[in-house]
Design a protein around this ligand. Structure first.
Ligand SMILES: [Zn+2]
Ligand SMILES: [Zn+2]
Length: 277
């Protein structure tokens, strides 16, 4: 079985403190230890936050050099891909485009982490909101995600169930079947545009107090039903211990849903590996 992890962070991400040593080398060694054949280093670059001074400028040359060195160092044991996770890329296309062409990326991820002027999805207390307010948040998230799926220069869109993971963590059941039609339409756009959809396993690492999280599976069933075939696996690791975590379980879920291949990216093109055990 080919195990891959297409979404991993290092010290180049602003949400990984320097005190938590997490170099590209550390990640490569962890990946080899976890039995992976492919990893993509995809640190956060949120151009709107850099522009407003909330985040420090992204250290592109150092990050790129570290990953290219690792590619060479580990080439007999592990395929290392140069990637990046662009947060809210549609907000600052003029900041994004020069970096898209400046570096030899293998994979470019696009994400929605927040909506300008609103609290971060991760830091909201959903328990003090009404059902209608929670629904409004999800509505707004999907409106924004719909912008992301139309954004140029993105190979794979990430964590489609992002706000739901925080609702479930706060023990709030949420049925997103009311949005089925919109989600199917959005997945259809991905299929038409040849953009991949990421299966993000981060929620699997956080037990949600008894509420089964079938959300991700349901999303991928719909994606499959509209013809979706490009699925990448993402641990979204911010710790070495999380590199490749739940890849095996995810491959089994995908196979049950009818996917025969998992995708990895090389030179910004999907390469398909059979899911077999
Ligand atoms: Zn993200
Ligand atoms: Zn991430």
């Amino acid at each position: 079985m080919f195990y891959s992890d297409s979404h991993i962070h290092t010290n180049y991400s602003a949400d990984v403190p320097a005190s938590r040593a997490l170099s590209v080398d550390d990640i490569c060694r962890a990946a080899i230890g976890a039995g992976l054949s492919y990893i993509a280093i995809t640190d956060h670059y949120e151009p709107d936050e850099v522009k407003s001074g909330v985040a420090a400028p992204f250290r592109f040359p150092e990050m790129v050099q570290d990953v290219l060195t690792a590619k060479e160092t580990y080439k007999d044991q592990l395929q290392v891909a140069l990637g990046i996770e662009y947060g809210q890329p549609y907000l600052e296309p003029d900041e994004i485009q020069p970096t898209v062409t400046a570096y030899p990326y293998d994979i470019i991820l696009g994400s929605v982490h927040y909506i300008p002027g609103k609290p971060y999805f991760i830091s909201r207390n959903y328990r003090e909101l009404t059902e209608d307010e929670r629904r409004a948040i999800f509505d707004e998230y999907l409106d924004t995600y719909n912008v992301l799926v139309h954004t140029e220069g993105i190979d794979v869109v990430t964590h489609p169930t992002y706000p739901l993971r925080y609702l479930l963590r706060q023990n709030i059941p949420f049925d997103m079947r009311d949005w089925e039609e919109r989600l199917r339409a959005m997945f259809h756009v991905l299929v038409e545009r040849g953009v991949g959809l990421e299966f993000n396993a981060a929620p699997m690492r956080v037990p949600n107090q008894g509420i089964p999280d079938h959300t991700v599976e349901t999303f991928f069933r719909w994606y499959r039903e509209v013809g979706g075939e490009i699925v990448t696996f993402a641990s979204d690791a911010h710790f070495t211990a999380h590199v490749g975590a739940y890849c095996d379980r995810t491959m089994r879920i995908l196979r049950e849903l009818g996917f025969r291949y998992v995708a990895v990216y090389e030179n910004r093109k999907p390469v398909f590996h059979k899911i077999e055990f």
